[in-house]
Design a binder for this molecule. Structure first.
Ligand SMILES: Cc1cc2nc3c(=O)[nH]c(=O)nc-3n(C[C@H](O)[C@H](O)[C@H](O)COP(=O)(O)OP(=O)(O)OC[C@H]3O[C@@H](n4cnc5c(N)ncnc54)[C@H](O)[C@@H]3O)c2cc1C
Ligand SMILES: *[C@@H]1O[C@H](CO)[C@@H](O)[C@H](O)[C@H]1NC(C)=O
Ligand SMILES: *[C@@H]1O[C@H](CO)[C@@H](O)[C@H](O)[C@H]1NC(C)=O
Ligand SMILES: *[C@@H]1O[C@H](CO)[C@@H](O)[C@H](O)[C@H]1NC(C)=O
Ligand SMILES: *[C@@H]1O[C@H](CO)[C@@H](O)[C@H](O)[C@H]1NC(C)=O
Ligand SMILES: *[C@@H]1O[C@H](CO)[C@@H](O)[C@H](O)[C@H]1NC(C)=O
Length: 406
């Protein structure tokens, strides 16, 4: 049986989690990951990895909640297993605090995290500038460990990993049947997708092992997120800034703001600055597309544009991308079978071919010949060719959302 060859572009959180999800649920396919940057050099390595959703204005709340729930429940079960420490996943409790009481006191995700409640008067006494707060327990994925663990799982499933910068998609056309595009902010240059833009973030990773509770200002600007080894202090949000060098003024500002909420941080040690570009978009691009180049087709499934909340939804979107890959896969495997050399071996197939020839001859006499005589043959032959494309790719053309000519 022919095997479909799938390549995932990107080795950040999206690329690796999608590759693992595909190799877990589609048998008889080979999965490769190709990227120019791997852990610890991806945007995903800069992130704190907290599971607190960010809003995507272009996606329904219902959908966002489903992605969050799927991700939370999936990670909670890893957290509840002997793999937890290697995977870098842990539970963390803390507070989200507000200077003014928010309009919506119960966010859509409040029943997905654990033990969501309003903070008590006594808890709020720690933060005299803040009027209201929410206490809950959520999960955190520490990178690099989580990315390294995903890569290991992919390899256990037979997947392969290659370091390569992709300049043009057609490089992949010769060796692969399906491309999955998880290139994060790299998509802008590659895709010409003008909807994606960077929101520059800067964080400090510090040694402060006494910090066990998270604190997040509801404005999203200041946060303290304790991980297994380091505490991540943030943050900064600068739209359309591509600069990856650390800004010392922002670093000082982050330390001031965080220490105002948690004075013990003044004595934090081993402060490292990291900068990352959030791949932002009004909605995550989860879509099938067929690229066409000189009559050849290459199916692509996109999964990028997770902005500032990728960790919170990654497993949900990886599952959705896998579902799209499965739809494409069923068509690809069908086409491959018909093209497979095995088909030309054996008496049975020879007989089939003989029959096809006969049918073609009959068709020639009945359809093409009369047209030829009436001078109408060119139109008809074009039509026949279109039909053949439709029959081999019938399931696709109906459901593939858009076809782009190159
Ligand atoms: C400071 C900061 C803090 C954050 N904190 C959180 C948080 O607490 N919780 C949360 O949910 N989210 C957080 N995020 C958001 C999260 O980091 C992102 O949503 C997520 O990492 C995006 O993952 P990705 O795999 O799409 O991108 P990336 O991690 O950037 O991976 C992209 C991959 O594509 C590859 N690639 C790109 N172009 C090419 C090419 N042409 N050829 C080959 N390979 C290519 C790259 O090499 C890389 O491997 C934070 C982000 C930042 C910047
Ligand atoms: C997978 O391949 C094996 C042998 O190569 C074949 O027996 C099996 O039917 C295939 N399974 C699917 C789901 O195609
Ligand atoms: C990460 O980047 C550094 C500096 O460019 C490089 O030396 C290192 O090999 C990279 N690591 C990986 C795993 O690609
Ligand atoms: C946690 O693990 C225990 C023991 O393996 C199991 O019985 C329980 O269902 C698990 N709970 C969750 C939420 O995964
Ligand atoms: C990502 O998708 C775009 C189409 O929107 C395409 O042009 C680009 O080549 C893709 N990149 C990769 C690496 O697959
Ligand atoms: C976090 O802590 C680990 C273990 O102490 C260390 O190896 C790593 O370099 C730290 N990460 C950062 C970004 O400082």
């Amino acid at each position: 049986m022919a095997k479909a060859k799938i390549v995932v572009v990107g080795a950040g959180l999206m690329g690796l989690s999608t590759a693992v999800c595909i190799s877990d649920s589609i048998t008889n396919c080979s999965v490769s990951v190709m990227a120019d940057r791997f852990s610890p050099n991806t945007t995903s390595d800069v992130a704190a990895g907290m599971l607190i959703p960010h809003l995507y204005p272009g996606t329904t709340i219902h959908q966002q909640k489903q992605w969050f729930r799927e991700t939370f429940d999936h990670l909670l079960s890893i957290c509840n297993s002997s793999e937890a420490s290697e995977a870098g996943i842990h539970l963390v409790s803390g507070w989200q605090i507000f200077k003014a009481v928010p309009e919506e006191k119960t966010p859509f995700w409040s029943d997905v995290v654990l033990g969501f409640r309003s903070m008590t008067e006594k808890e709020l006494k720690k933060f005299p500038q803040h009027k209201y707060g929410q206490a809950f327990t959520t999960l955190k994925c520490d990178c690099p460990p989580y990315l390294i663990w995903l890569e290991k799982r992919l390899k256990e499933n037979g997947g392969q990993v290659h370091v390569k910068k992709i300049e043009d998609l057609w490089e992949l056309h010769r060796d692969f049947d399906i491309v999955v595009n998880c290139s994060g902010i790299g998509s802008q240059k590659l895709t010409g997708d003008l909807e994606i833009y960077p929101i520059r973030g800067q964080v400090l990773k510090v040694h402060a092992p006494w910090i066990k509770h998270f604190i997040r200002d509801g404005d999203g600007l200041t946060y303290i997120y304790p991980g297994i080894y380091n505490v991540t202090l943030g943050g900064a949000r600068e739209k359309d800034n591509w600069n990856l060098s650390p800004d010392p003024i922002i670093s000082k500002n982050i330390l001031d703001r965080c220490s105002a909420l948690e004075p013990s941080l003044w004595t934090a040690e081993n402060i490292k600055v990291r900068v990352g570009l959030r791949p932002s978009r009004s909605a995550v691009r989860l879509q099938k597309e067929v690229l066409i180049h000189k009559n050849e087709k290459l199916p692509v499934v996109h999964n990028y544009g997770h902005g500032g909340g990728g960790f919170s939804v990654h497993h949900g979107t990886a599952k959705e991308a896998t579902r799209l890959v499965k739809e494409v896969y069923n068509v690809v495997i069908h086409v491959k079978w018909f093209r497979s050399p095995c088909r030309h071996v054996g008496r049975y197939t020879q007989l089939m071919e003989f029959w096809s020839l006969c049918l073609a001859a009959v068709r020639m006499v009945h359809v093409v010949f009369p047209r030829l005589m009436s001078g109408n043959w060119l139109m008809e032959s074009n039509h026949v060719e279109d039909c053949q494309c439709e029959t081999t790719l019938d399931k696709t053309s109906a459901s593939w959302q858009n076809e782009r000519k190159r």
